[in-house]
Design a protein around this ligand. Structure first.
Ligand SMILES: NC(=O)c1ccc[n+]([C@@H]2O[C@H](COP(=O)([O-])OP(=O)(O)OC[C@H]3O[C@@H](n4cnc5c(N)ncnc54)[C@H](OP(=O)(O)O)[C@@H]3O)[C@@H](O)[C@H]2O)c1
Length: 316
């Protein structure tokens, strides 16, 4: 299993399993299967509503000594309604309880979007708190305190733009070590990659296969499909690999961490085997030409102050 090193020497597997869009019942056997296949990195989030099922699978695997806790890399994420300083530790503890763990390897602020504590998923503009009302630095200090308390090994963010990351780096005691963002050949984010490399911030690529099963509210007409791109299919044939493996190998070869989601054993095996695939320099160059800065999960679900420009710090 390939890994990348954190500043303290901890190793994160460069390929993990995504768990979004899978309910508690479905996810439990999927996680058991994934661990048997060889996955050691699981990407979770409170808002996926399935940390209970994941926790049951982890507890069984650990009890049966199929894996050791220190061989696993478990990430979870703080939801938007728990950004207030006093809400961070309770939200983390709930994830730990559900996952049946006493620490997380990585905890991320899921979105730079704050909603009122009583709101689960915002329904109106009134449900939001702007970043001026509830600065990310307040949330971050509470995340740092959870590291101090031994509840988390590493902290980071998700869906942060470069300017938002820069602001956080400037005002943090513990620097963010990860930004988890959408990355695939149609959205390569070279400026983000350059900035993160310069600050030793790791990029975790979500939707590395294009998130074909994303919910309807994320779907826009005529969205391109990374797995269906003719060039990706050609490169797959030339390397005796599958299109999914090409997308994942590309992500890993450029130094990012990929977290494809599948609930099917055969695909989980296929995706994990992408770690062994080495794309040619020519293929990497060809893939670079596919970039369209096309966000498939463009954050337009957020309203209130969080329009596209405020969220991503870029024009649409
Ligand atoms: N931080 C964030 O805001 C954020 C946002 C989105 C996602 N994420 C994380 O990133 C993970 C991955 O992203 P994602 O789930 O949106 O999308 P994804 O991994 O890009 O794509 C998942 C889709 O691809 C299919 N698939 C998997 N392996 C395949 C293969 N070898 N060939 C063809 N199709 C394949 C899956 O179907 P089957 O399951 O039926 O195989 C599913 O429909 C999530 O699960 C979540 O953990 C984080």
């Amino acid at each position: 299993m390939q890994t990348l090193s954190f500043r303290n020497g901890d190793q994160i597997p460069t390929l993990g399993l995504g768990t979004w869009k899978t309910d508690n019942q479905t996810i439990k056997p999927v996680i058991r299967q994934a661990l048997k296949i060889g996955y050691r990195h699981i990407d979770c989030a409170a808002v996926y509503g399935n940390e209970n099922g994941i926790g049951e699978a982890l507890a069984e695997a650990l009890t049966e000594k199929e894996v050791q806790r220190d061989e696993l890399w478990i990430t979870s994420k703080l939801w938007n309604n728990a950004h207030k300083a006093n809400d961070v530790a309770p939200a983390l503890k709930k994830s730990l309880q559900d996952l049946q763990l006493d620490y997380l390897d990585l905890y991320l602020i899921h979105w730079p979007v704050a909603v009122k504590p009583e709101v689960g998923f915002p329904q109106s503009d009134d449900d939001y708190l702007s970043l001026e009302q509830l600065p990310i630095t307040e949330t971050w200090q509470a995340m740092e305190a959870c590291v101090d308390a031994g509840l988390i090994k590493h902290i980071g963010v998700s869906n942060f733009s470069v300017p938002k990351l820069q602001g956080l780096v400037k005002h943090s005691r513990i620097k963010p070590e990860v930004n988890q963002v959408e990355l695939h050949p149609l959205l390569q984010q070279p400026e983000m990659k350059k900035y993160c490399d310069s600050e030793d911030i790791k990029l975790i690529a979500y939707a590395p296969l294009g998130s074909g099963d994303r919910p309807a509210f994320f779907l826009e007409e005529n969205s391109p499909v990374p797995l269906e791109l003719p060039l990706i299919k050609e490169i797959a044939i030339a390397h005796s690999a599958t299109p999914a493996q090409v997308l994942l190998a590309w992500g890993m070869q450029r130094g990012t961490i990929v977290i494809p989601k599948s609930i099917k054993a055969e695909r989980m095996k296929e995706n994990l085997a992408a770690s062994e695939l080495k794309l040619s320099t020519e293929a990497l160059e060809q893939i670079q030409s596919l970039d369209q800065h096309c966000r498939l999960l463009n954050g337009k679900i957020w309203k209130g102050p969080y329009n596209y420009e405020y969220l991503w710090d870029e024009k649409e």
